[in-house]
Design a protein around this ligand. Structure first.
Ligand code: PLP
Length: 497
């Protein structure tokens, strides 16, 4: 048919016709709905070898445009088998996260609007919606109104900006004069626990402070920063002529989801006039559950706090929020308005590009606005509450079993555990290695089954399995299934060993 023939050709100029856009748009939405309906039939972890996908793709780009039919067929044939399905309800690795329908619609609209949210006038809707929706989120997690929010792509970037604002606060003209070649500049010090995320190290590296500027403070038996050790480190550094300026506390550490004692850390910061940044990238979302609000105790004394809606607020990647009490310092560190960006209203409005390294910024607030409106505060809290219930249920099975042991407390929806058949006491280093190997084999066995995906960490030098529940589709059935898979693996490996 002439109609379908023309649909196979890319127009010589301009974009796809409205009729075709409508047709493929409907088809893609149907495809996504089917994808979510059949996702449990797909292996969670991509079952391919490195290089498999590249080998199937042409090395050179096409000279002529191709039909959408051909492109979409290749999504099915090539892309889907090479995906690790983060939206699978049995994705329990790292921090399990997921997108949601209103979030997907927000991304779709944002791609259509394609605004570059750099100045108020290039994106009034994005600029003002961002302020409003971040204030909603601030209220939902119970932070005080002294904190203003700004959206970045990731927590890594949010924390880097927080440390940059803290550095601006030391009043050493670093923006103008830099740090290299200066004899008048002492070593500037940042403190974080040995459980803090590697993004803090990277932030320090990116800002040119140097890795030696980051002092890792030991953590206690429950993986929380030792406040006494922090106090001693700050005192010692001051005696040695080092300039302490920033402490990073974590609410929900990456390995175990432990919560640093923010009120006590805040005391140290106040005593020495140090900037307190709280990395609540994972844990912060749980504060929207009214009975869990205490996880942010002490954060009203923080100078900045990062929270990732793309982790546990059902927001498609990416969207990280930095709350900052001193937006003036963030602006002093980054604002730079060349003539071609000067606008008559600039003194009256906020422009996102004044608060970071990026000029153009995506319209990310739209998806978060749609998610909060669609689920409501109570709906979001109910989902997070259920994830925490499922994690505690799984932890109770571990505790009741003599073949498994809990490796860390479960304050959120992450369980750290490992196999220790028959309560194995692990008396010598050979037995310790054997247990590590057994647990690694159990994890690889579960992951290779395609039915669930777990990841690991090391705690007190012991290989530890992590089960993170954060996917909007995960139910008790999925958690029971992974428990069975783990026990099947343990039986098979113990039997064969
Ligand atoms: N902070 C914590 C506590 C994390 O667990 C992670 C990632 O898991 C990050 C920061 C980095 O997050 P992003 O990928 O948004 O940079």
């Amino acid at each position: 048919m002439p109609d379908s023939d023309s649909s196979k050709r890319t127009p010589p100029t301009g974009d796809m016709s409205a009729a075709e856009f409508r047709r493929f748009g409907h088809e893609i939405v149907d495809w996504i709905a089917n994808y979510f309906e059949r996702i449990e039939d797909l292996p969670v972890l991509a079952q391919i070898e490195p290089g498999d996908l590249k080998a199937q793709l042409p090395a050179a780009p096409p000279d002529q445009g191709e039909s959408m039919e051909a492109i979409l067929a290749d999504v099915d044939r090539l892309i889907v088998p090479a995906l690790t399905h983060w939206s699978h309800p049995s994705f329990f690795a790292y921090f399990a996260t997921s997108t949601s329908a209103p979030g997907i619609f927000g991304e779709l609209l944002s791609a259509a609007f394609d605004v570059k949210s750099m100045l108020w006038r290039t994106s009034p809707a994005s600029t003002e919606l961002e302020e409003v929706v971040l204030d909603w989120l601030r209220q939902m997690i119970g932070l005080d109104p002294g904190m203003s929010g700004i959206i970045y792509d990731t927590a890594s970037v949010s924390s880097m900006h927080a440390i940059a604002a803290a550095r601006e606060g030391v009043e050493m003209r670093i923006r103008a004069e830099g740090m290299s070649g200066r004899k008048d500049l002492p070593l500037l010090r940042v403190y974080a626990s040995d459980q803090s995320h590697s993004s803090i190290d990277k932030g320090v590296i990116t800002l040119g402070l140097g890795q030696r500027a980051l002092r890792k403070i030991p953590s206690d038996s429950e993986f929380r920063m030792s406040v006494n050790a922090l106090r001693e480190a700050v005192d010692e550094d001051k005696r040695d002529g080092i300039l302490p300026f920033c402490v990073v506390a974590t609410v929900g550490t990456t390995s175990t989801s432990s919560i640093d004692a923010v009120p006590q850390i805040a005391e140290v910061c106040e005593q020495h006039a140090l900037w307190l940044h709280v990395d609540a990238a994972y844990g912060g979302s749980a504060a929207i559950v009214p009975e869990m609000r205490q996880i942010l105790d002490g954060c009203h004394r923080a100078d900045s706090l990062v929270l990732n809606p793309h982790k546990w607020l059902f927001t498609p990647f990416d969207l990280s929020v930095l709350y900052c009490r001193r937006m003036d310092l963030l602006g002093r560190a980054f604002s730079l308005v060349p003539e071609y960006l000067r606008t008559p209203e600039q003194a009256k409005v906020r422009s996102g590009s004044d608060y970071g390294v990026q000029l153009g910024r995506r319209f990310r607030a739209l998806k978060l606005w749609m998610i909060i409106r669609y689920f409501g505060h109570e709906g979001l809290a109910a989902r997070i509450r259920e994830h925490c219930r499922l994690a505690k249920l799984f932890a109770s099975w571990i505790e009741e079993s003599t073949d498994w042991e809990i490796m860390a407390p479960t304050p959120f929806a992450l369980v750290c555990f490992r196999a220790c058949p028959g309560g194995n006491a692990q008396t010598d280093s050979a037995a310790a290695k054997g247990l590590d190997a057994l647990n690694e084999a159990i994890m690889h066995g579960v992951n290779a089954s395609g039915k669930a995906f777990l990841s690991h960490t090391k705690l007190n030098d012991k290989l530890t399995l992590r089960l993170s529940i954060g996917n909007i589709r995960t139910t008790e059935r999925h958690v029971r299934q992974v428990w069975e898979l783990l026990n099947d693996q343990l039986k098979a490996l113990s039997g064969s060993g």
